[in-house]
Design a protein around this ligand. Structure first.
Ligand code: PHE
Length: 440
């Protein structure tokens, strides 16, 4: 295999980059509104179950593929056999990455606008109606497109720096920053009048709320949040050194990613209840409801600014990881230089994300934003997850998975066997059931 592949230079770098990929809009924007609209505690319980029961073994499967082959997708699907039949699963991943980039960059761009508006104290004394109108008119116009393009340029700058000097270095700085901001918010949240009510909503499972729809959303959310099923973790693990303990790292990512989602809930729900708002606001929760709440708090302008910085940091490290899938693909398969690959991808994404952004305005009838989101998260990532598990469980040579997960990672053989059992049987079956039920 191509042994000269660049690697992350430190343990911290591995964790910061992979957690940076996992922690994103999925945790701070999507998780609270999914939990809010799906009954809080019951959703959280399903979510945690899926993350650790199916998510962790699937992360192990992706890691095994990436490090054993030391290439991104679709190359990793050729590990251990000659045929190119499995390439198609890899190409699904590339397609998913392209679609995710299109809509993710749009929401990421919004965070820049909201940082500026927070600094300018633009939400001061606004009513929910005013904020709603403001949000609607902002996202439907060209200003939003401008922020999206700026975000993509920042993203491109990091990618141009390469694996160590770009991705790793930026993640090493931004991830600690993210955790510091999160902790400051949690402390603040503790002193809010609605703290108890918010915490009860988030942690007290009401099992009557446990419908198939809630279960489906929880699995979809777990996959999206862990960056699973589209080759992202395959690509990143192709940069791991032989000393990186794969199983331990998988647990750490799952733990930290879940922690951030829960902390986001701990921050948002007490605030929502303290100011008499509804947790079931849906996708606009973060952009319409929160700025209003911040304004009622002492030092609201600072909190609001910090919150949107948090959101933009989280989005940037995730966007970088999705982009790296395509950059690695272009350089592995077509031998393009990093500069050319990054420029090509950025130019292409500027076009697709502009179309997505305008689907809130002039291109409303096309509705590309929702189509990109739906096809990538609900169809391609789920199919990709099934593909990865079947590939590692059934197609890859056992000696490869044994070497990566057991020998190099030093985990006991019973744990290896359990993980492989889940990868072979439980995960593909569960994901398939959820997928089919979701389509019906
Ligand atoms: N996990 C990221 C989030 O929670 C999104 C993402 C999906 C990133 C797929 C990479 C790959 O926001």
């Amino acid at each position: 295999m191509s042994t000269g592949r660049v690697q992350f230079s430190s343990k911290l770098g591995v964790i910061a980059a992979t957690v940076g990929s996992a922690v994103g809009l999925g945790n701070i924007w999507r998780f609270p509104y999914e939990a809010g609209t799906h009954g809080g505690g019951a959703f959280l319980l399903c979510y945690i179950l899926f993350v650790f029961l199916i998510g962790v073994p699937t992360i192990c499967a992706e890691f095994t593929m990436g490090r054993a082959s030391r290439v991104g997708i679709p190359g990793a699907f050729r590990q251990g056999h000659k045929s190119r039949k499995w390439d198609v699963v890899g190409y699904f991943g590339i397609l998913a990455a392209i679609l995710i980039l299109g809509f993710y960059a749009v929401v990421a761009g919004w965070t820049f606008e909201y940082i500026i508006e927070s600094v300018l104290n633009a939400f001061k004394e606004t009513t929910p109606e005013v904020r709603h109108e403001h949000f609607e008119s902002f996202i439907s116009g060209w200003r939003a497109v401008g922020w999206t393009i700026l975000f993509l340029l920042v993203n491109a700058l990091v990618l141009l720096g390469g694996v160590q000097k770009g991705i790793e270095r930026v993640s090493n700085i931004l991830m600690p920053l993210l955790f510091i901001i999160l902790i400051a918010f949690c402390i603040n949240s503790f002193f809010m009048p609605g703290f108890d009510q918010g915490i009860t909503f988030l942690f007290h499972p009401d099992f009557s709320k446990l419908t198939p729809d809630v279960i489906l959303s929880a699995l979809g959310q777990a996959f999206f949040s862990l960056s699973l099923g589209m080759g992202c973790l395959i690509t990143y693990s192709s940069y791991f050194s032989d000393r990186t303990p794969l199983v331990k790292t998988a647990f750490q990512i799952a733990f930290l990613d879940t922690l951030v989602a829960i902390l986001a809930g701990v921050i948002i729900f007490p605030a929502v209840f303290s100011f008499g708002m509804s947790p079931a606001e849906g996708p606009t929760l973060v952009f319409e409801v929160l700025p209003g709440i911040f304004n009622l708090m002492p030092g609201g302008m600072v909190w609001s600014t910090l919150f949107f910085i948090l959101l933009s940091v989280a989005s940037l490290t995730s966007l970088i990881s999705v982009s790296e899938i395509v950059v690695a693909f272009l350089s592995d398969e077509f031998k393009l230089s990093r500069i050319k690959a990054t420029m090509l991808l950025t130019a292409f994404t500027v076009v697709t994300s502009t179309l997505c952004s305008l689907s809130f305005g002039p291109l409303r009838s096309l509705n590309l934003f929702n189509i990109f989101d739906y096809v990538s998260s609900n169809i391609l990532m789920t199919l990709g997850g099934i593909g990865v598990c079947i590939f590692v469980g059934w197609k890859m040579r056992k000696c490869d998975s044994l070497e990566e997960l057991h020998n190099k990672a030093g985990i006991p053989i019973w744990l290896y066997n359990t993980i492989m059992f889940i990868i072979k049987y439980l995960a593909p079956i569960c994901i398939t059931i959820v997928f089919i039920a979701g389509l019906i």
